[in-house]
Design a protein around this ligand. Sequence first.
Ligand code: PLP
Length: 423
Amino acid sequence: MQRDEQIFELIQAEKERQLHGIELIASENFVSPQVMEAAGSVLTNKYAEGYPGKRYYGGCEVVDEVEQIAIDRAKALFGAAYVNVQPHSGSQANTAVYHACLNPGDKILGFDLSHGGHLTHGSPVNFSGKLYNPVFYGVEEETGVLNYDKIQEIATKEQPKLIIAGASAYSRDIDFKRFRVIADSVGAILMADISHPAGLIAKGILNDPLPHCHIVTTTTHKTLRGPRGGMIMMGEDFENPFGIKLKNGNLRKMSSLLDSAVFPGNQGGPLEHIIAAKAIAFGEALTDEFLAYQLQVKKNASAMANALVSKGYKIISNGTDNHCMLIDLRNKNLSGKDAEQALVKADITVNKNMVPFDDKSPFVTSGIRLGAAAITTRGLNETEIIAVVELVDEVINNFEDEAVLANVKNKVNALMQNRPLFV
Ligand code: PLP
């Protein structure tokens, strides 16, 4: 068969874009060559509906071993008693948890999307806001941080069945212990979605949700630096509180409800090539090298935030505890959209983002979100990050000046020259 040059040329073009540019999208990262190799392996050919040892297809002996290794490594990495590595994405992981714990129309309490939450935490444009009955908590206007007393008040008033702790654009550590007190006070299930800070949490740099939250979901491709995908975990298994029984009259364990919610509840065959890549990424994450990487991510993000603040940028909550930060550009007289577009012209990639109490639409926005996970994988340290902030600032201050943007692009390309994607 003829090689599909049209697509391979585009893949090469994307590789060049990634190599030459500065990647500051907080949800992105660069995987290791061995993660990439597994993701492009023959395992993509295999159907394996079911779970290791209990499949609906023959020939699963090898993928059974792969999936079990992925599960065991994830358990070791997070100190989890239960792990499901099959969700195709973070959204699928959250869908499965809701499917296991809720009925349509049940009330959920999540982090407001415009304050830093995720679409799947109850947004009206997402299934989570259409199928369930969402109510929200957000950050304080003056401080940009969560106020746990207010979350308690909302929970007491609204009596949600499920509370979601976690965000896509929140730069502060989350108090999962306090969230559990709130959840227990109203008899709610507490789910943490650690998609963004999972790598930092795995290495003990941020609060651990596993001892406090009933269920924890994550993506595997952000700070965790694995292939695109999702995962569900529990610190300990427990009997479901919904009265769902086995034939023998015993209550079904939550692990069994979650497994059924993933397959057959909401997915068919698992992506065993991606599960193999997850297993490799978890193996990498278990090393001391990964701890050094996460510590550098935190240092780089903190250096980036400090440098931005010293240049007059307003960072929501005034800094960061993790890998990311949200910048309110309203004092800079350009929208998030303008900033994103100008930065792309200079080969710097960020995403426009709503800021809390934003007066612009989600397509325009007043802010941008930055993260240090990807740029740290490329080997930049906290000194070089200052140079990155200089370049971002030059673009933002001259966002309509094509000559300046072209000049910054040259500087960006020079800075990233001879740096592989994964150092
Ligand atoms: N949850 C959070 C907090 C996220 O930030 C994201 C992705 O950005 C997701 C879930 C969804 O992940 P995916 O894009 O893999 O569906």
